[in-house]
Design a protein around this ligand. Sequence first.
Ligand SMILES: NC(=[NH2+])NCCC[C@H](N)C(=O)O
Length: 418
Amino acid sequence: MEVTQMTSPIHNYSEIGKLKTVLLKRPGREIENFTPDMMPRLLFDDIPYLPIAQKEHDYFADTLRDNGVEVLYLEKLSAEALDAGGEEVRNHFLEQMLTESGYAAGSIHDALKEYLGSMNNQDMVVKIMEGVRKNELDFVPKDLVSCAENQDYEFYMDPMPNLYFTRDPSACIGDGLSINHMTFAARQRESLFNETIIKYHPRFANKGIHVWRDRNHTTRIEGGDELVLNNHVMAIGVSQRTSADAIQDIAKNLFKDGQYDTVIAIKIPHNHAMMHLDTVFTMINYDQFTVHPGILGKGGQIDTWTITPGKNEGELNLQHDTDLKKVLKTALNLDDLDLIPTGNGDPIIAGREQWNDGSNTLAIAPGVVVTYNRNYVSNELLRKHGLKVLEVISSELSRGRGGPRCMSCPIVREDLKK
Ligand SMILES: NC(=[NH2+])NCCC[C@H](N)C(=O)O
């Protein structure tokens, strides 16, 4: 099924088509603005060293630019969207952000509104991302609600250190996107930036972008689980971050309003190291994939459900199978395919390199992938399988538990030639 010409500002019909436009977020003070006891709740396993993390991220962005990719930044687009939307949009965004930060009304709400409201849009966006400490406000709690706040806690608004993982709050699928209700409170506010950009930024507003599923849901889905395998097949992880309900819900929408007719739900272990499908499985060429052996059972089996439209609208057919290769070959119409094991079959190396996102590759063209340099065993194996591997530096970036695919949200890719 051929894809329409690129009329929408979003055009993403595969995991491997030549990457033309991508959304990144440069790490800011938010990745240092927390203490060790906050790490579990903020989903971090260490506290990165900001200047080096920024240097590494700039290297990542330059690697993409050097390969013809237009790099957009979340923090810039968010401020530009508020500029374009005017005072009413800015006020609604700030009120929504304060509400989702726990302050819908009251004296603390008013103090935060005055503090953030005194800034221009760029400074306000950056400050919200960095977090707001109590000592930044000239505010003395007087009423019961504000006095009852935990006085020992440093923040009114938590930092948002996971923002540089732009993969997760939204996912571009075809000429639309999902704007995600995410799983943990630490990340749930993130997709408000994406929603604001799509609604009000001149590049995206009123351009016929289809929202396959918006953030106003209780069931959860994150972009690390959403893989666009081609122009009619998706793979979505049933994971720590994405529920089966949400998968069925977006599948119905994609089938009804899009050109997608197949969603392969892949059940992976529910844990922090493998929080998304793309930490253990990515598509890197027409018939090549990375896979972490740790998700495959003794005979290589894994639970998958191939979801297709049912007889009547809104109904779904599910076909369970445990042979991943067979499921992919059938759905993608491939005679054979190459599942390349992270760590080259060594269980210790596989565990180490998966932890540091050795499976989390970003394809910028068929057979051309960006990976973390630290995963040298997996990188060497990819080269032996004919991949062109562009390594980026990662000592500080990887402390957030995400790799090149996590740190990127493809917006435009060229259609596949075959
Ligand atoms: N697509 C991905 N694998 N994203 C990785 C996100 C890492 C982040 N610390 C979290 O736990 O959410």
